[in-house]
Design a protein around this ligand. Structure first.
Ligand SMILES: O=C(O)C1=C[C@@H](OP(=O)(O)O)[C@@H](O)[C@H](O)C1
Ligand SMILES: C=C(OP(=O)(O)O)C(=O)O
Length: 441
């Protein structure tokens, strides 16, 4: 398939901009699931509007949940802007068809909810959804009493035969390939007759901040959750059965999507402020403060948000990104422009993300003249002068934003299918143009 090429703009001066980043994908999709399972209507304010959140909303609608996408003009504590009203179905219904696209959150979070529907729910998605791990969810739901037909594939397409309820209870699974297996069961677990107790029997679970985000949101929806970080048993998460309440949830900006914008400050020796950066958050993107500081930037909170300043000189880093894997593509791009070598590790699970991110980053950066080697669980990136060329993106939004970062400093980078950023940031090309135009701030 030939996709249009987007000429990545070169920065001709240090950037100086203030950016509004749309809502967090992870928080939006959790809020939608919890609101759909609640005992009364709720609001999701400042939701992300992107392919992944539309897939989630459409999937829930297919099961009978009402989601009204409105612009809220109220000027209360939460301000105006977009707000989605979620009206639970009473009883989730099947038969239904759900498209999971290539959204990990939809693939993993909706089957545990579909077991509560009163009929079959058929799930299908992009070709890549057939390859991404789903065993943790399928095997766990079966062990908890659900009937799932997957034709022996262990993944999509599959049909969950909703029976209106699920026994639930204790279950073991291997969550070393995705934290989303655990989040998925925690989100629906309160609605199972016996709740759920999940024990990870595999290696270390990646993306722990995302599980903490789940635990926090499920608790705020009124359920009791025990988790290892609160003195609970290692590798065990428990939700007690009970009702969830329809709430008013305000979604934070997507801090992982701030990564390319702050990177622009580092690469050009400029300054970028991301508005409304939360002082306390469970998002992994908050770790950019530490990571980009180690790479030579400096940051501070201002009245508007978080401001990053760069010097134009980038230091390589040695970093375990196991907890914050989704930041890797953009960090790798920054590292490819650094003065010293970087070693990013703890991220073998990235081979099972939107694409094999380790292989894709190594190939694409090397095709621009870089020196990147894949290790068993990461990447070694050595400084080398890069040149222009086509950067393939493998339908991975974060490969496209990584390419844009390299393009700031390297003339002639052409990004294949920049539209793939629509997975979590549909306005990326315009936001990037605004960042680079003096009128942007
Ligand atoms: O639960 C979530 O919202 C996410 C969890 C992480 O998944 P993995 O644990 O599969 O890496 C992360 O990479 C993904 O972007 C979003
Ligand atoms: C891994 C990611 O997404 P998903 O939710 O599809 O797993 C990501 O956004 O980097």
């Amino acid at each position: 398939m030939t996709e249009a090429l987007w000429p990545a703009p070169v920065a001709t001066a240090a950037v100086d901009a203030t950016v509004t980043i749309p809502g967090s994908k992870s928080a939006t999709n959790r809020a939608l699931v919890l609101a759909a399972l609640a005992d009364g209507p709720g609001w999701v304010r400042h939701p992300l509007r992107s392919r992944d959140s539309q897939l989630m909303a459409d999937g829930l609608r297919a099961l009978g949940v009402g989601i009204e996408e409105t612009v809220n003009t109220a000027t209360g504590g939460t301000g105006g802007g977009e707000a989605w009203r979620v009206i639970p179905a009473g009883r989730l219904h099947g038969p239904a068809q759900v498209d999971v696209g290539n959204a990990g959150t939809v693939m993993r979070f909706l089957p545990p909810l579909a077991v509560l529907a009163d009929g079959p729910v058929h799930f299908d998605g992009d070709p890549r959804s057939y390859e991404r791990p789903q065993h943790g969810v399928i095997n766990a739901l079966r062990a908890l009493g659900a009937r799932i037909d997957d034709g022996g594939r262990g993944g999509f397409p599959l049909t969950v035969h909703g029976a209106g309820s699920l026994d639930g209870g204790p279950v073991e699974l291997d969550a070393s390939s995705s934290s989303q297996f655990i989040s998925a069961l925690l989100l629906s677990g309160a609605r199972y007759n016996n709740g759920v107790e999940i024990r990870n029997t595999g290696g270390t679970v990646p993306s722990l901040p995302h599980i903490r985000m789940t635990v926090d949101m499920v608790r705020k929806a009124g359920a009791q959750v025990d988790a290892p970080e609160d003195g609970g048993e290692k590798d065990v998460w428990r939700v007690t059965p009970g009702a969830l309440i329809g709430r008013d949830v305000v979604v934070e900006p997507d801090l992982s999507n701030a990564a390319p914008f702050f990177a622009a400050a580092l690469v050009t020796g400029g300054k970028v402020t991301v508005r409304d950066w939360p002082k306390h958050t469970y998002q992994p993107g908050d770790q950019l403060r530490e990571i980009y500081t180690a790479m030579g930037g400096s940051c501070r909170f201002t009245d508007e948000g978080l401001e990053f300043t760069g010097t134009g000189r980038i230091k390589g880093i040695e970093a375990d990104l196991h907890d914050v894997g989704e930041l890797t593509p953009v960090i790798a791009a920054v590292a490819a422009l650094a003065d010293t070598e970087s070693h990013l590790y703890g991220i073998s699970h990235l081979r099972l993300h939107e694409t094999d991110r380790l292989a894709a980053l190594a190939k694409e950066i090397n095709d621009l003249g870089g020196d990147v080697t894949e290790t068993e669980d990461g990447l070694r990136i050595r400084p080398r002068r890069l040149h222009g060329g086509v950067f393939h993106t493998y339908e991975d939004h974060r490969l496209a934003t990584a390419a844009a970062v390299i393009g700031l400093a390297v003339e002639g980078v052409q990004v294949e299918n920049v539209a793939t950023t629509a997975k979590t940031l549909p306005d990326f090309p315009q936001m990037w143009a605004d960042l680079l135009s003096p009128a942007s701030s």
